[in-house]
Design a protein around this ligand. Structure first.
Ligand code: ATP
Ligand code: FE2
Length: 334
């Protein structure tokens, strides 16, 4: 039977354990998401949640049909970036599993994992990635042995912006999917994009910003209602991401756009990506929703790539790195 690599994800609100076979077949994750009753995510509370559910998730993975510890070839975990207390829970769990099953440990870069799971799922080869999640919004492309960040948000991530807008209207985390539904319900009544619905549009060269649009959208919602403001918020903020992505395609000469991160679940963002790509003779790709949001499978997949290149992480080098950058991890595979 083919061996598997087990991946542990714990950078923020989600603790997730997934697997990939040695030949690269993705196996869906077992996940648990911390959802605070009030307010935003407190790192300590999320970490407590992860500690509480960890053994239950491990049991669920081990109870899967066909799972045998003797088949596990390595344990991969998110070493960063993310919330320190949350990362620490995942790293401890990974160290324990590696010791118990006597297999190598491999610490990986969470952002790079979003790219590699997308490449695995969609078959695209050398894409520009629009990585749009809660904490991150970056436009990335590979140059030699690094994934380079060509542009990124100068303040908050687009997902956090959507979640904050939702929270103001008593919509619980994650707010993105609810905003999507409200926006499309409002648009199905026939859109008339008048100047009353205009919001700030913040593209600074290759960089983006979302806190100004958030403030303006909150006051727009008081004047025009939640449906209209949700629609306008999506249109403006997604258009800014697509504009920077298009410029990245033009600068690099690449012809594939890959969407990744939780906001890549959004149907309107996907549609905009498709329209832009079609107009310039490029193609747009995205993984299944379960692999857009944070998941252990993508961590396993990046671990598989690293191990194929002969990389493992010694125990003394396995400390977490909350500030790890996308471009600080060397990439050696094709
Ligand atoms: P990262 O650590 O990579 O920044 P993250 O911790 O934000 O990731 P993800 O699971 O990648 O976690 O993304 C979660 C975000 O995705 C939330 O902000 C959520 O509102 C947003 N999201 C999920 N589905 C949708 C959707 N359909 N439309 C818009 N946003 C969505
Ligand atoms: Fe993520």
């Amino acid at each position: 039977m083919e061996g598997v690599i087990v991946g542990v994800e714990s950078t923020a609100h989600t603790l997730s354990i997934g697997m990939v076979s040695e030949s690269g077949e993705l196996i869906p994750s077992e996940s648990s998401v911390f959802t605070p009753e009030h307010g935003g995510i407190h790192p300590r509370e999320a970490a407590d949640h992860h500690s509480l559910v960890a053994s239950e998730l491990v049991s669920r993975v081990m109870d899967r049909e066909g799972f045998a510890p003797s088949n596990v070839k390595a344990i991969s975990f998110s070493q960063g970036p993310g919330l320190g207390p949350c990362l620490r829970v995942g790293a401890s769990l990974a160290r324990t599993l590696s010791k118990t099953w006597d297999v190598p440990l491999i610490g990986v870069n969470h952002c790079v994992a979003h790219i590699e799971v997308g490449r695995n799922q969609t078959g695209c080869d050398d894409p520009v990635l629009l990585y749009a999640s809660g904490g991150n919004t970056q436009v990335i492309a590979r140059a030699g042995s690094r994934y380079r960040v060509l542009g990124e948000t100068l303040d908050i991530g687009i997902g956090n912006m959507l979640d904050k807008f939702a929270r103001i209207h008593d919509i619980p985390f994650p707010g993105g999917p609810v905003i999507e539904r409200l926006a499309s319900e409002w648009a199905s009544g026939g859109v008339s994009a008048t100047s009353e619905l205009e919001l700030p549009y913040a593209v600074h060269g290759m960089d983006l910003a979302f806190s100004g649009i958030l403030t303006a959208a909150i006051s727009l919602s008081e004047r025009e209602g939640l449906g209209a403001s949700s629609w306008s918020l999506q249109e403006h903020s997604f258009a800014s991401c697509i504009e920077v992505s298009e410029r990245a395609l033009a600068h690099t000469g690449k012809t594939e756009l890959l969407l990744g991160g939780g906001v890549a679940c959004n149907g309107r963002l996907r549609e905009m990506a498709e329209i832009m790509c079609e107009e310039r003779g490029a193609t747009a790709h995205w993984p299944e929703k379960q692999y857009c949001i944070d998941n252990g499978t993508m961590i396993a997949e990046l671990g598989r790539r690293e191990i194929e290149m002969g990389r493992v992480t010694n125990l003394e080098d396995s400390a977490i790195n909350p500030m790890l950058r996308t471009d600080s991890s060397p990439i050696s595979w094709n």
